[in-house]
Design a protein. Structure first.
Length: 377
């Protein structure tokens, strides 16, 4: 059910200068935020890996025959968005529901970014807030039906997404899109095992839990080819905005049109969904990314994405699962920055400001990629 996390034998050469306006030690490797055109992927046998990055767990995941060079400016234009956000007053608190694997809530980059249920007393074995879930302090584990939202290395997928959305600006590691002072992540585990499997019924329960406990935006980095009316109705009836991964192609790693072969929930025709494809750092749609001019709204950076994983570590991952949190973080930042915006306003701003790319024409509805700077009010 999981829609991304394939590691292929390629490595990256690091850029020669800091790429984002934060001192976090790995921030310059987060090309999605500022692509200087200095990154490249080369075959593993001729890998050129900067010493500072080479010890990080995992390999950059990008299909590459020979050298693939990045293209300057192919990024989400986040720096102007951050400047606009920081200048705003009266920001609103936003809760993002991450329905995924669990999240390592002890990671130094994430411990201050996690939603806390203030109506619950940790560890007392009592459902203090009467919501039907005992000790759901940070969310709920629907996969195991308990309050343990972090269960181990099987939770790398969700931990990686959480870091993209709201990793701390603390001078170490990576940086997230959102300011954790205003955007918190509600951890809702519905996927388990190293393959990220789960059930639609648990996802439906998770959506209802998120809605009932104050989440406004929901990230769904998974999918199924089987239509579910129950899932459709749960999303349709929700007041949340859903950011959904378009999926990672067939068994051979080739993306396909989900207009023709639907992938759910990305293919649901609902106005509270943004469906996201995976864009490489050279401006091309990744070969494994699904697409569709009716079913997929836009593309966002999803290849060679560096973020948090379990065990206080970091790793590269790739897929539409990595692209969706880029849009989720942007949506949360927009919704936080201006209390007059509705969630539909946020959706419209993101889609209407998408930056056109020739490579995306005829592939996604907007014909473009995420542009956070242009979307900000």
């Amino acid at each position: 059910m999981m829609a991304g996390n394939a590691a292929l034998p390629a490595y990256a050469a690091g850029p020669s200068r800091e790429s984002v306006p934060y001192a976090d030690s790995y921030a310059s490797y987060q090309w999605a935020f500022l692509n200087t055109g200095e990154l490249r992927l080369v075959p593993s046998h001729t890998a050129a890996v900067d010493a500072a990055i080479g010890a990080i767990t995992g390999s950059p995941a990008l299909s590459a025959d020979g050298t693939v060079r990045s293209l300057e400016g192919i990024d989400m234009n986040i720096v102007p968005a951050w400047k606009k956000y920081d200048a705003k007053s009266g920001k609103r608190q936003v809760i993002v529901a991450l329905i995924d694997t669990g999240v390592d809530i002890t990671h130094p980059e994430l411990s201050g970014s996690i939603w806390t249920n203030t109506g619950e007393i940790p560890g007392d074995g009592i459902d203090n807030d009467g919501n039907g879930y005992i000790d759901d302090v940070y969310g709920w584990n629907f996969y195991d039906n308990n309050a343990q939202v972090f269960t181990g290395t099987d939770d790398n997928h969700g931990t990686h997404s959480a870091g993209t959305i709201a990793a701390a600006r603390n001078g170490v590691g990576t940086v997230g899109i959102c300011d954790p002072a205003y955007v918190k992540i509600m951890v809702i585990k519905t996927l388990g095992t190293s393959s990220g499997v789960g059930t639609v019924s648990n996802v439906v329960k998770a959506i209802r839990y998120a809605q009932a406990n104050g989440a406004s935006i929901c990230n769904l980095s998974f999918g199924t080819m089987k239509y579910s009316e129950e899932l459709y109705q749960a999303i349709k009836d929700s007041g949340m905005l859903f950011i959904v991964a378009a999926g990672n192609g067939d068994a051979s790693g080739n993306g396909y049109s989900i207009d023709e072969q639907p992938m759910y929930p990305a293919s649901f025709e609902l106005d509270n969904i943004i469906s996201v494809a995976n864009l490489r750092f050279d401006g091309q749609l990744d070969r494994a990314s699904n697409y569709g001019v009716r079913s997929v709204d836009l593309a966002a950076p999803g290849n060679y994405i560096l973020s948090t994983i379990t065990g206080n570590d970091y790793a590269y991952m790739s897929g539409t699962s990595m692209a969706a949190p880029m849009v989720t973080g942007t949506a949360a930042m927009l919704y936080s920055c201006d209390a007059s915006l509705s969630l539909m306003d946020v959706r419209n701003r993101i889609l209407q400001s998408a930056r056109p790319l020739e490579s995306l024409s005829g592939k996604v509805a907007t014909g473009g990629m995420l542009d956070a700077g242009a979307a900000m009010p």
